[in-house]
Design a protein. Structure first.
Length: 317
């Protein structure tokens, strides 16, 4: 299963590919879709992302645009997303209805997730104080210093390796309306060097009073994270918890079961894991009678070499 695919929707709106210059087709209303803007550096057109951007703003009513999905802005392993961020910031007085942005919507065929060169993306939040949803794919060169934002409700990071300074920046941010936080931590080989200590301010609770969904996913230290979550005050305010896609074993799941009650959750997502069936049954027996939906599907792949069993996150390179 591929976990790195083009977005099908954003902010409740279906994704729509803004057409190439030579395409002649009727466009939907500005606020009816999430506009996907992408250039293909290997295609027939030599249009730059800036040219595409200006053509887009001239073809739709900018004030009506509600969601933008940014795909390739060129050769993403060679040029970072700084230009995309700058263009969004410069258009803030025109895109007055913008409520959702996702930067880095590339599939594996376009670029491996670790190849996507990001930048400091927080100027987008500063420029759009009413933004409700913000997502980033790719952790290379990504920066996210602590921010204040009153209206952001959903924040998502997809990475094969998310730098620890990004995690610390998120944890130190003031986001009083944030309800949904999803973080793919990744592996150290691809700069995913975040530790449980980096997550501590987030797990302590109080920083994000509206938080109801927490995803700490795709990590090679998933057992350590599960053990920290087991006693984390933030869990009491959640309705759903997602520890999927990582190297989660019986050790981490047992720590969860031995920790604070989880029966108040509506969903516990542990899919893509390395949990044995007896421990999986313990989880189901402990939580499903209370109405908690538990996902323990998709056992992870292992590889044994010289007597050592190697386990993998779902997304790395």
């Amino acid at each position: 299963m591929s976990y790195v695919e083009h977005l099908k929707e954003l902010h409740g709106l279906p994704a729509f590919d803004f057409p190439d210059p030579e395409e002649k087709r009727e466009l939907p209303g500005a606020g009816e879709v999430a506009w996907r803007l992408a250039v293909n550096p290997y295609g027939d057109s030599d249009e730059t992302f800036e040219e595409l951007w200006e053509r887009f703003l001239g073809a739709v009513d900018p004030a009506g645009v509600r969601a933008i999905v940014v795909g390739p802005w060129g050769e993403v392993y060679d040029g970072d997303s700084g230009e995309v961020v700058d263009l969004l910031v410069q258009a803030r007085d025109r895109l007055t209805g913008l409520r959702a942005v996702f930067i880095g919507d590339l599939e594996m065929e376009e670029a491996e997730i670790s190849w996507i060169q990001q930048s400091d993306v927080t100027p987008v939040l500063d420029a759009y104080p009413l933004l409700a949803e913000f997502g980033i794919r790719g952790g290379s060169e990504l920066r996210f210093p602590a921010v204040r934002h009153r209206h952001l409700r959903t924040l998502r990071f997809e990475a094969g390796g998310l730098p620890g300074h990004v995690v610390r920046g998120v944890a130190a941010s003031e986001l009083p309306a944030l309800e949904h936080l999803d973080i793919w931590l990744g592996v150290e080989e691809y700069d995913g060097d975040a530790t449980v200590a980096d997550l501590a301010p987030l797990l302590a609770g109080g920083g994000f009073p509206a938080l109801r969904h927490l995803g700490l996913r795709n990590s090679e230290i998933q057992d350590e994270i599960a053990a920290a979550v087991a006693g984390a005050p933030v869990v009491a305010q959640l309705t759903s918890l997602d520890l999927s896609l990582g190297v989660l074993t019986d050790e981490g799941v047992t720590a969860l079961l031995d920790g604070q009650p989880l029966t108040h959750l509506t969903r516990l997502d542990l899919h893509h894991n390395y949990v044995t069936e007896p421990v999986a049954e313990r989880v189901r027996a402990a939580l499903e009678p209370s109405g908690v939906e538990v996902d323990l599907s998709e056992p992870g792949d292992t590889w044994e070499h010289d007597g050592v069993v190697h386990r993998y996150t779902a997304v790395a390179e």
